[in-house]
Design a binder for this molecule. Structure first.
Ligand SMILES: [Zn+2]
Length: 330
């Protein structure tokens, strides 16, 4: 669990250290995690997907190389491995990012591109499934065998843990909850569809919809929540529509899956009770005979993807899984 005391630091720290990066639609987040689970370095840079996929890959590669070099210099040896969590459709075995609506890349051979530069083992993983694994091993879902993690940030995607196993789908495409239609004839989505959940309820969507209707500007979902609390009627309407759309989507999921727990992560989860309370009552109001799942906010926050990438990196290096993920002082 986040903040719990961990085991004593392992000897030969460089051999146990991993570098983990999570590529989001807005930020590329990176951590260097010591063998005892402490985050000893942390970096964030803009993803800036408007510059094109090649520019994103170049920035990502430069950041990874800098962190591997720093870790090598500080820890007396190269890190044991590099873990990379990316959104969209991912071929984890081949290390190829097949498609991501928010980044714009197609068939990007990330393991090959980065491997030749970094010189350490690389694990490429799906960002939300990596976050789901992190919630199961290190976060709020450690007691749950059947849970859904819904990451709500620039986009929306889910990880399904069913019977204690992450469910990737027949072709690795599961969890694209952001692209179910919630508004017939609604806004155009980055996936090519219209009226997707992501166009109504993502952190980016609520900010955009508020700006469109009010002419005002909020920088993030937290800003919108502050306006809701202050009684702004446009903010209230935008927020209610987002929560209603999420409750619809969760009701469909619960009818299909009967999970015991729904973990809400990503930027929108920072709204805390302002999101979870109306979402729980909205979901409860939609369920009739189905069991109501527990709803919880991610304990790993927006570093769940990084924590999952660190787990994947340790696995690639043949190291045992982390049992704690400690924010440390980095
Ligand atoms: Zn879509």
């Amino acid at each position: 669990m986040l903040g719990s005391p961990g085991p004593p630091p392992a000897a030969g720290r460089g051999q146990q250290t991993v570098v983990a990066v999570d590529v989001g639609g807005t930020l590329i987040k990176a951590v260097v995690v010591a063998g005892d689970g402490r985050v000893i370095r942390r970096a964030r840079i803009p993803t800036a997907p408007q510059d094109g996929a090649a520019a994103v890959v170049a920035r990502l590669s430069d950041l990874a190389a800098a962190l591997v070099e720093q870790a090598s210099a500080a820890d007396g040896g190269p890190p044991a491995a590099f873990g990379l969590a990316v959104p969209g459709i991912v071929d984890e075995a081949a290390g190829v990012a097949r498609f991501a609506a928010n980044i714009g890349w197609r068939d990007a051979p990330l393991a090959e591109l980065l491997g030749s530069r970094l010189g350490v083992p690389i694990a490429v993983c799906h960002d939300v499934r990596a976050a789901g694994m992190a919630e199961a091993r290190l976060g709020v879902a450690s007691q749950a065998r059947d849970f859904l993690l819904v990451q709500i940030g620039t986009g929306i995607a889910a990880a399904l843990m069913l019977g204690g196993q992450l469910y990737p789908g027949a072709r690795g495409d599961s969890g694209e909850l952001g692209h179910v239609t919630v508004t017939s004839g609604g806004s155009r989505c980055g996936c090519g569809g219209t009226g997707c959940l992501e166009t109504v309820a993502s952190a980016a969507a609520v900010a955009r919809r508020y700006a469109e209707r009010s002419g005002g500007r909020v920088t993030d979902a937290a800003g919108l929540v502050r306006l809701v609390a202050a009684g702004d009627p446009v903010a209230e309407q935008v927020w209610t529509e987002a929560v209603d759309a999420l409750a619809d989507a969760l009701a469909w999921c619960q009818s299909m899956l009967d999970v015991e727990l729904v973990v809400v992560g990503g930027g929108l989860s920072r709204a805390g009770p302002a999101l979870i309370d109306p979402l729980a009552s909205g979901l409860a109001g939609r369920l009739t005979f189905q069991h109501m799942p527990l709803l919880a906010v991610s304990a790993l926050g927006d570093e769940a993807g990084c924590a999952g990438a660190a787990l994947a990196a340790r696995s690639a290096a043949g190291l045992p899984p982390l049992t704690v993920f400690l924010p440390g002082t980095a």
